[in-house]
Every structure is written in structure tokens, then in C-alpha cells.
Design a protein around this ligand. Structure first.
Ligand code: FE2
Length: 283
């Protein structure tokens, strides 16, 4: 948040209040009319915005957003984004989150090296096309419980993926918002990593926010390149593999059932070539 400690009349306090109001507006926490009040008041450090805010029925107290506010905002933005997508699985993922929305929020921040190294590069292109979603991810990221999954046998999944990914559950059995047999979260993989062929019981929607990335749906099937914002729906046990391009892979994911059944790697002979592959950034 911007500096709200300057008292009424302090030099620069009007502009500081306006900057704070702009932050809140961008997070969806105040409406355009309230922002306009702070804009008008910004030129006069001694002008209290409270009377003008009262005229439009708003409380003048600017409360900085909490971690829970940021996470709730991200869940709202994620749902709004998924709602825009075509194809199978979208309705199921949205319906699956409904029973859990509005529940108490657990905030247990857990930092992650992959997030520290790669999230900014993933958000840069997203800001250009989906600013509110990018801002919601950026604001919530420090408060999420980031995990680098370690239940795959290392010799099967490979060191690149084992060390090069992180995810955070927003709504799930270990999510910020508790759910049973459902998972909605955010997933980040470092550039050029191969997430080897695997399958799992949970039917799964991927909503990639960056691109391009390579996909295939079974060893010995061709690699397909997809740009950002082209969702992938994997029915139960459908094999899938993801080859990350030069931009980190950032995606929302939804698992609609059977979320506690572990995924299994499917061996394929061409992993070394796919791991060495570099996708064209313009593909
Ligand atoms: Fe999967």
C-alpha cells in the first residue's frame, strides 16, 4: 500500500491519499466515484475527503487490504477468467467451486524459489491483456502457500520438473478456502521445463495464462503448440505432457474430483530430446 501515515495538511499527503486510493481502486476495493473524490482532494493537502465521501455514502476510512482480501480477490478474478473460456470442463470447474465460496479463509504464506525467480516474467505479458487478473495474482502471491510437489519418484519425473515448478491451492483440501474432493489453484513452471507424460484420476482443466507451450496427449503422439488462453481439459486418466516455452508457464488449474489419487508418470523414450528442445517464442 501507499503511505497513508501522513496526516491531513502534511505536505504531499493529498497525493499520498490519492495514490493509496488508486491502489485500492485497481484491486476493486473502491468504486470510481470514491477514486474521483481522492483525485479532487489530492491537490490540497489540507482538504479532508471525508465530507465528499459522505455525500456518496462512503466511509472515509481507508483500510489497507488484508492477505485474505487479496486471496479472495484472486479467487474472484480466477473464476471470472475461467468463465470467459470455451470448451469442456469450464462449467464443471465453476460449479465445483460454488459450494465452497465464501467460506473462512486460511492464510499460511509459504515462499518458493521458483515463484521468486519466474512469476514476474510470467505476469509481464499477462498485464498487457488481462490487467486485473495479473494484478490480483501479483497482490496475492506473497500470501499463498506455494508448494513444490515431491511425491513423484525423482527418477521418473526428472530433476528439471522436480526443481522447476510450484503451485498453490486456492480452494481445496489444503487450499486457502477449504473444500472436499475439489481443487482450484495456480501453477507455475520455469521456462523450457518438460513436465513429462503422466496421468491421474482427477479430471483436470488447465487454463494457461502464458504461452506458447507444447502439449501432447500420449507418448508417441505429436507435440501440439498452443498459445496463452487456450484451455486444456483432461478427462480422467488421459495422458498429458507439457513442454514449457521461453516464457514461464503460468496457469490456473481445476480438479473436479478424485483429487487425492496420486498422478503417475508414463515412460517415453524421447524425453531427452524434448528436454533439449527450445520452442519458438512466436509459435
Ligand atoms: Fe495433470
Amino acid at each position: 500500500m501507499s503511505n497513508l501515515s501522513l496526516p491531513l495538511g502534511a505536505k504531499g499527503s493529498g497525493r499520498a491519499r490519492y495514490a493509496a486510493a488508486m491502489d485500492m481502486y485497481q484491486q476493486g476495493l473502491i468504486n470510481p466515484a470514491a477514486l474521483e473524490v481522492y483525485r479532487i482532494a489530492s491537490a490540497r493537502d489540507g482538504q479532508d475527503p471525508a465530507p465528499m465521501l459522505a455525500e456518496i455514502g462512503m466511509n472515509p476510512v481507508m483500510t489497507p487490504a488484508t492477505a485474505a482480501d487479496h486471496i479472495t480477490r484472486l479467487i474472484d478474478e480466477a473464476d471470472a477468467y475461467i468463465a470467459t473460456l470455451p470448451g469442456p470442463g469450464v462449467a464443471e470447474v465453476r460449479a465445483g467451486m460454488t459450494p465452497w465460496r465464501g467460506g473462512a479463509l486460511q492464510v499460511t504464506p509459504q515462499a518458493n524459489r521458483v515463484v521468486d525467480q519466474h512469476l514476474a516474467a510470467a505476469l509481464a505479458p499477462l498485464r498487457a491483456t488481462h490487467l486485473a487478473l495479473a494484478q490480483a495474482i501479483d497482490a496475492a502471491a506473497p500470501h499463498l502457500t506455494w508448494i513444490t510437489y515431491d511425491r513423484y519418484p525423482l527418477d521418473e519425473i526428472g530433476a528439471d520438473f522436480a526443481q522447476g515448478h510450484a503451485y498453490a491451492s486456492l480452494i481445496g483440501e489444503a487450499g486457502n478456502m477449504l473444500a472436499r474432493d475439489y481443487d482450484l489453484g495456480i501453477f507455475l513452471i520455469a521456462p523450457h521445463v518438460l513436465y513429462r507424460d503422466h496421468h491421474h484420476a482427477a479430471p483436470e482443466l488447465y487454463a494457461p495464462l502464458t504461452g506458447p507451450h507444447g502439449w501432447r496427449f500420449g507418448p508417441a503422439t505429436p507435440l501440439i503448440t498452443k498459445p496463452a488462453h487456450h484451455p486444456v481439459w483432461n478427462e480422467a486418466h488421459r495422458p498429458h505432457m507439457t513442454k514449457v516455452g521461453p516464457t514461464p508457464f503460468l496457469a490456473l488449474f481445476g480438479w473436479i474430483r478424485d483429487v487425492t489419487q496420486a498422478a503417475q508418470v508414463i515412460p517415453a523414450p524421447d524425453w531427452p530430446a524434448l528436454e533439449a528442445l527450445r520452442l519458438d517464442p512466436l509459435a
